[in-house]
Design a protein around this ligand. Structure first.
Ligand SMILES: [Zn+2]
Length: 320
């Protein structure tokens, strides 16, 4: 059964920022406590196209993460159709096409089906905790074309509005490859994490390999630091190789596919020291306790997507 939002749900207005930054006379002075937010960009024009593929968030009242994807499909139009097809049982809150056109498919109040089997720190139901944003991109089989400027600009404007609305810290803006190590590789090594971090929307390290090089091989502490940062992976040799690749795509994209380097280790160590996952939890990320004092976790509903992720490698778009 489809489960459309009713017009009176609060999520209907959720393209409106909670506050209205952006007026020049209100811009904070550089160096003031509010300076990191800078002046708000113009909120993106959003086209509403309702997808039936969503359900209630489970165990959380509000999103506290953003997960970025690429569609891995030949066109934005095809991706849009798939994300809105009840039989596909996939969705995301937003899709941004190559020209920067921004579509909202699922209300931010609802749980969209984009992350699949995923984990970040203690969070194992990433869909319930996140806002999913798909970037139209045909993916590796088409040579992973760079993300056009207009698309990244639209993403930055959307992130500004979403992060302000839900107070999502930059350390909790992640790629699908971060939360599904070994299973997903989007948004890939062409995604401009360093640029997003300069705009305040993600974390990044410019650390270089220490000189002289440390006595330990670079892999030795990589796992410990990745764990502290929030990564989860399969504890096998293949799983560790998948982890190294995920870390490279995020923090040293020019090294993707190479052996772990001291530079990668230095960057992951710096990020783990500054942004341990436990510090990213926020009060508002949990539903208020019920009368018993326990957090109410909504049971799965029969009309939601099944747990298995029955899509082949041709599609990145992910269920549940
Ligand atoms: Zn994805």
């Amino acid at each position: 059964m489809m489960d459309h939002d009713r017009p009176d749900e609060p999520g209907r207005d959720d393209d409106r920022p909670a506050t209205r930054p952006g007026r020049e006379d209100e811009a904070p002075a550089a160096g003031s406590p509010r300076a990191p937010l800078r002046r708000a960009p113009t909120p993106p024009e959003i086209v509403e196209i309702a997808s039936p593929n969503h359900g209630p968030r489970r165990g959380v009242a509000a999103p506290n993460m953003v997960v970025i994807h690429y569609t891995n499909m030949s066109s934005a139009a095809l991706a849009l159709a798939r994300l809105c097809n009840p039989a596909a049982e996939v969705s995301a809150h937003y899709l941004i096409d190559e020209t920067g056109g921004t579509f909202r498919l699922v209300s931010e109040m609802r749980r969209a089906w984009h992350a699949g089997v995923s984990a970040w720190g203690p969070v194992e139901d990433v869909n319930s905790h996140s806002i999913g944003i798909e970037l139209a991109n045909p993916g590796p089989e088409a040579g992973l074309p760079p993300f056009p400027e207009a698309q990244i600009e639209a993403l930055e404007r959307l992130l500004f509005a979403v992060r302000l609305r839900w107070a999502i810290p930059p350390a909790r803006v992640l790629g699908h490859s971060d939360v599904a190590v070994g299973r997903k590789i989007d948004p890939g090594e062409k995604f401009p994490w360093a640029r997003l971090a300069r705009a305040g929307h993600a974390i990044w390290s410019d650390a270089e390999a220490p000189v002289p090089a440390p006595a330990l091989p670079p892999e030795t502490l990589l796992g410990v630091h990745a764990l502290k940062l929030g990564y989860r992976w399969e504890e096998t040799a293949e799983g560790f190789a998948d982890l190294v690749r995920a870390l490279q795509m995020r923090f040293a994209p020019d090294e993707t596919g190479a052996p772990a380097s001291p530079r990668l280790a230095a960057r992951v160590a710096e990020m783990a020291g500054r942004f341990p996952v436990a510090d990213g939890e926020r009060r508002s990320s949990y539903a208020p306790p019920g009368p018993s004092g326990r957090v109410h976790v909504a049971p799965p509903r029969p009309d939601e997507a099944p747990d298995d992720d029955g899509f082949g490698p041709d599609f990145d778009l992910d269920t549940e």
